[in-house]
Design a protein around this ligand. Structure first.
Ligand code: N7H
Length: 457
């Protein structure tokens, strides 16, 4: 079993709170910072064990992670064995398909040294904990940027801003996840934690880095009124569906799940909220021939139930690939929405005027195998999943980009494939990106003993 007293809470279980602040800072005075890290900050850091039980959950959970320049500023020069982490995210905009001119200036460069994750049930608690941390660290740090995340209100809680339930599918971590639910893939802990079984660079890590994880942060703006208008204007013309239902279906086929979370592969023409809410069934599927609805139709010919390029199929192509390949690219996600609900003015004008989106967080033991691979080799590649009847599936309709302009996506229309043999693919054209990256950074989230090592460096 893993040493969960020594692993920061967000990596394996998340923060378990409704509000979360990402506070990005630079270090001015490494000596003072490290002294305070050891004496006063380390005791505040929430462990996996603490977050798992309501009895030990702190009022405000605290995690901390450092960028490569942050570790260097603190005098930690060890090579962690991850070239992407060393480059930083800004150097990789071309690889991951971002437009650097759209990045928030705080992320454009390598000046961010670290990030505090502060999570609680109220903003007041978060503000109080931040004030406490700032009092402890004084002028040894400077705030460079912060982003306040929070669950959406009422019945939208747990749903991201486009309206879809999030946080349904996570890989099972060997030695930790229990029980493993139907459809969950058990993955080596070393896919997420350095120095554990299955870590691709097991022998190359310094010993203090064991049980740390690379945290990829992205501020992904979502153009919600524009997305909603696109769905409204382009309902799928399916018999017996109203235009409203046709619009719902188009959105569901872009994501691969209905807004409730029910997978379209299992319930392709109508939502099923009971299925969505059942954790023993809502992940229990793959895209292989055996479970396809048309007997004898191989899965690379069939996208009636789920488009080849639907978001959740692009990022987790259950059965489309050899499992040994698929299993190298799992990430653990711990994202939270940011920004307010859509305003009446925005709804009336179908135009975003207030910033909102997803504060995306993923954990992996290798930045390239995890986030960067998904974004560059699967999400933004028009040919992926490879080997299908349509060699140009298109980019991921939710987060894929071809530089901001129009994107042809095949298979979104469920009927055409069988009925219209002259145009079996029937691309739907998305006029623009509805998710726009505002930048981010790669961080290392050390174990608690690793933080002790950094403080003593
Ligand atoms: Fe995605 N969305 O609302 O459409 N995502 N995602 N994601 N995502 C998932 O299964 C969304 C983003 C993954 O195991 C769901 O938990 C949005 C990035 C992975 O079947 C929904 C944004 C990356 C999964 C969304 C966004 C990923 C996943 C279904 C940006 C990686 C699990 C809920 C604004 C680079 C797939 C669930 C599986 C699921 C949405 C970003 C990856 C609804 C809006 C950048 C691995």
């Amino acid at each position: 079993p893993l040493d969960i007293d020594n692993i920061q809470s967000d990596i394996l279980v998340g923060m378990h709170k409704n509000k979360e602040l990402f506070f990005f800072f630079g270090v001015n005075d490494a000596v003072t910072f490290k002294t305070k890290l050891a004496s006063d900050i380390l005791p505040l850091i929430t462990t996996t064990t603490e977050i798992l039980s309501v009895d030990t959950q702190p009022v405000t959970a605290v995690n901390i992670a450092f960028s490569n320049t942050g570790l260097l500023a603190l005098g930690v020069n060890d090579n962690l064995g991850d070239p992407d982490f060393v480059s930083g995210q800004f150097a990789e905009t071309a690889t991951i398909g971002d437009n650097p001119s759209l990045w928030n200036s705080a992320f454009a460069g390598t000046s961010i040294h670290g990030v505090f994750l502060l999570a609680s049930d109220t903003l007041d608690n978060i503000d109080a904990e931040l004030a406490n941390i700032q009092a402890i660290l004084g002028t040894s740090i400077t705030e460079l940027y912060s982003l306040q995340g929070g669950a959406r209100p009422g019945s939208e809680e747990g749903h991201e801003h486009f309206g879809f339930m999030d946080g349904i599918s996570q890989p099972a971590v060997n030695g930790f996840t229990n029980p493993i639910l139907p459809g969950q893939t058990p993955v080596d802990a070393g896919t997420f934690l350095l120095g554990e079984t299955g870590d691709p660079s097991l022998d190359a890590r310094p010993s203090w880095a064991k049980d740390g994880s690379f945290l990829v942060f992205r501020q992904l703006q979502q153009l919600v009124p524009e997305f909603s208008k696109f769905l409204t204007d382009n309902p799928l013309d399916v018999e017996e569906l109203t235009p409203e239902e046709g619009s719902e279906l188009l959105g569901a086929r872009m994501v691969g799940r209905w807004k409730s979370g029910a997978p379209i592969f299992l319930t392709p023409t109508a939502d099923d909220p009971v299925l969505a809410a059942d954790p023993t069934r809502n992940n229990d599927f793959n895209y292989l021939v055996e479970s396809n609805p048309e007997p004898g139709t191989e899965n690379h010919f069939n996208q009636t139930n789920c488009p080849f390029g639907a978001h959740i199929r692009k990022v987790h192509p259950r059965g489309d690939l050899d499992p040994t390949v698929e299993n190298q690219h799992f990430i653990i996600r711990s994202s939270i929405p940011y920004g307010p609900e859509v305003t009446d003015t925005e709804t009336a004008s179908d135009t975003t005027s207030v910033d909102r989106g997803l504060a995306f967080v993923s954990y992996q033991s290798n930045v390239f195998n995890g986030f960067a691979f998904l974004q560059s080799i699967w999400i933004n590649a028009i040919g992926f999943p490879f080997g299908k009847v349509d060699p140009t599936v298109g980019v991921d309709p939710i987060i894929g980009t071809l530089g901001g302009g129009p994107k042809n996506i095949s298979g979104l229309d469920p009927l055409v494939f069988y009925l219209n043999q002259t145009d079996p693919i029937h691309d739907v054209v998305l006029p623009r990106d509805f998710v726009v990256s505002r930048g981010g950074e790669y961080f290392f989230s050390p174990s608690l003993s690793g933080l002790g090592f950094i403080a003593a460096a």
